[in-house]
Design a binder for this molecule. Structure first.
Ligand SMILES: *Cc1c(COP(=O)(O)O)cnc(C)c1O
Length: 392
């Protein structure tokens, strides 16, 4: 990550058309791209970014967004795909073949696990889930068939922050490619490549879009050969993105560092406030002392490091799931729904025990994930207070 992400995103190089200068890039839309003659058509290599072949393989608008995202993540190559989940699929399909094994953290983003249990299993690709907080567990599971290890920091929903550089180093020592789902860090909280990861994906749907109105994903790499493999799969699967959506993300990127900081500050304030509330057994936020993996977060992100506006609370085991549902229903500013990273605060209850390998989840109570939007923190705190009071 650059030390000046906001300045880099705003002043990233862009060549406006001759005679017209504005800071905002144009939106270029095309399926067909015209060649001046047959020789030019024959000479054109779609894999190179010094020209255009066909709308699916890139337009000036998508190339520009790819460059900015590569800069943001500290990588060199970027592919855009129609969703964060498609980014995960692009990596899996490019790097895995029948007979291979992929390792997923036990707290992996749920649909990624569903892909492993569904399509990957159907195609003869096995998977195992490892404990991301225990490097020895990962080391034990790395075998001759392991071709890819997924990493997430922190884990989805339960928010444990793993010793990421240590996990990545273990894989590198065994020659196994690692892919980081960096949606939480957004390229701002830490640099996935410096942490030792080979591929960094993001759901641009979250903070890079910031509006709750775009679905898109990115796959970023530093290494040419790896980028090439990912790109061939991307091309063969036909995964393009619309220029209007790419433009929305380009527009939002400039404000992302400010938004990320605002979401972070508000989330920490609310997480600390919730720590003292009756009925709350645990607050799972990696930047809070005592939270699972807090020391790993501090080691990677810094003593005054950043965090996303996302955390979870676990209710006391004595509070029945139906009462936790009633708490969610009683919230007025927090809306019930999936995803995060937009202006609206969101809440979702999860039955974590059913999502985990047996014995890996220490809590008896129901977990509720909160995504903090851009409302005033005090208004959100008042909302949480009235909903807690309502289930008294
Ligand atoms: C949301 C999310 C995704 C998937 O993104 P979509 O664009 O919704 O497909 C992947 N990983 C993580 C960690 C996410 O939070």
């Amino acid at each position: 990550m650059s030390s000046t992400p906001a300045a880099d995103l705003i002043h990233h190089p862009y060549q406006p058309p001759a005679g017209f200068e504005a800071p905002q890039p144009a939106v270029h839309k095309a399926s067909t791209v015209i060649f001046p003659d047959v020789a030019a058509l024959r000479a054109r290599d779609w894999k190179r970014k010094d020209g255009y072949t066909y709308g699916l393989h890139g337009t000036p608008t998508t190339f520009l967004l790819e460059e900015r995202l590569a800069t943001l993540e500290g990588g060199r190559h970027c592919l855009l795909v129609p969703s964060g989940l498609a980014a995960i699929a692009n990596v899996n399909l490019a790097l895995l073949a029948s007979g291979d094994e992929v390792l997923l953290p036990d707290n992996v983003y749920g649909p990624s696990r569903a892909m492993a249990e569904g399509e990957l299993a159907q195609w003869g690709i096995t998977h195992q889930r490892y404990d991301p907080m225990d490097p020895a567990d990962l080391a034990r599971r790395l075998g001759p068939r392991t071709k890819l290890v997924w990493l997430e920091a922190p884990g989805s929903v339960t928010m444990e922050f793993p010793p990421l550089p240590q996990l990545a180093a273990l894989c590198r020592a065994r020659g196994v490619t690692t892919a980081l789902d960096n949606t939480w860090g957004a390229g701002l909280a830490f640099n996935g490549f410096d942490a030792g990861c080979d591929v960094v994906v993001q759901a641009l749907t979250k903070y890079p879009s910031g509006g709750g109105d775009v679905l898109m994903g990115s796959v970023v790499t530093r290494e040419d050969a790896l980028a090439h493999r990912l790109k061939l799969t991307h091309m063969r699967l036909g995964w393009g993105v619309g220029a209007n959506d790419a433009e929305l993300v380009l527009r939002s990127l400039a404000s992302m560092p400010l938004r990320y900081r605002a979401h972070d500050l508000a989330a920490r304030q609310l997480a600390r406030w919730l720590q003292g509330r009756p009925g709350i057994a645990a607050v799972l936020h990696p930047a809070l002392a005592g939270a699972p993996g807090h020391d790993h977060w501090r080691a990677l992100c810094g003593d005054d490091g950043q965090a996303a506006g996302l955390f979870s609370v676990v209710f006391d085991a004595g509070i029945a799931p139906a009462r936790v549902d009633a708490f969610c229903d009683a919230l007025r500013l927090f809306r019930i729904g999936y995803s995060w990273g937009g202006p609206v605060s969101l809440v979702v209850p999860y039955d974590v025990a059913a999502m985990r390998a047996p014995g890996r989840w220490p809590h008896g109570g129901t977990l509720v994930r909160l995504s903090i939007g851009l409302e005033e923190p005090q208004a959100l705190q008042d909302d949480l207070a009235q909903a807690l009071a309502a289930i008294g």
